[in-house]
Structures are given as C-alpha cells and as structure tokens.
Design a protein around this ligand. Structure first.
Ligand SMILES: [Zn+2]
Length: 158
C-alpha cells in the first residue's frame, strides 16, 4: 500500500481484493500518514549528530561517541548501520517521517554498536535503558510486514 501526490491529485495504491469498507478505512489511514510525513521536517545531518550525542548522554552515560551521523539513500534492507572504527553511523532515509521515538531507537541501536558489536545479551541490556525499545521494534516490524502485502497494479485516486 502506498500513497503519493501527483500534481493536485493524491494517489492511493491498495490491493484490489479489499471490500469497500476496508478500502475507505485504508484510504483514510494512508492519507493521514501522507499528511504526517509532509508536516514533519526532516532533521539535517548536523541535527541528527546532535540528537545522537544527546541520546548517548541520556542513556549510555555519554560513552558512545559518534563522529558522524548521516542519512543515506542506498540502504534499503537495514534501518541503520555503523562503522565502530570510524564512529560513523548511517540511517536509512526510509526512517524519515517515522515517529521520533522510532528514529531515536535506531540511533540508540547504532550507538550501542559503537560499544558492543553483535546482538548478544550485553547489547540488548544496553538498549533496555531506552523505555520505548519494544514499541519501536514493533513499529518497524509492522512497516516491514505492510511492505510485503501484495500489491496489485492499478491506482485509485482520491
Ligand atoms: Zn544491530
């Protein structure tokens, strides 16, 4: 399912097998999502770095020190990645427009990797400090699941 603007029309793509009622519900969900994305200002790389430093101070006693944090558009299967040797963190542009607590979770996840490689118990113990880890992981899983819903060619306009 997706929605986008085309000139002054809004196009919402939804599976053809939906009932009228489902269709209406999803169209309104997609329109809300689109409006939310448009109203949200995208953080610049400098702001992203500042945010990561703040999160590190708040949850990891400032021990994770990112040298650079930036958005990348070539990362479609991962939400974030980091190179501990350089202290560099990259976030997928697909996170832009998602709730801030989700972006913060991905930042914290990558910051934690500056301290602990891999996803062992020590890694997750670090992330327990952030109260919305489970909620953010659930949100991202939901996004992945929604992406895998069957798409049917053909657009309906609203
Ligand atoms: Zn990881």
């Amino acid at each position: 399912m997706s929605a986008y603007r085309e000139g002054d029309r809004t196009v919402v793509l939804i599976p053809a097998r939906m009932s009228k009622a489902e269709e209406q519900r999803w169209v309104s969900v997609m329109l809300d999502k689109l409006a939310a994305q448009e109203s949200k200002r995208v953080l610049g790389d400098a702001e992203l770095t500042e945010r990561a430093e703040r999160l590190s101070a708040q949850y990891f006693d400032g021990r994770a020190r990112p040298a650079s944090v930036r958005w990348v558009t070539n990362q479609n299967t991962r939400w974030g990645s980091c190179t501990p040797a350089e202290g560099s963190i990259r976030l997928s542009h697909r996170l832009q427009g998602m709730p801030e607590y989700v972006i913060d979770y991905v930042l914290l996840h990558e910051l934690a990797h500056l301290l602990v490689p891999g996803h062992g118990p020590r890694f997750w113990r670090l992330l327990e400090a952030y109260p919305r880890t489970e909620r953010a992981r659930g949100y991202l899983e939901g996004v992945v699941a929604a992406d895998r819903l069957p798409h049917v060619p053909g657009a309906r306009s609203e």
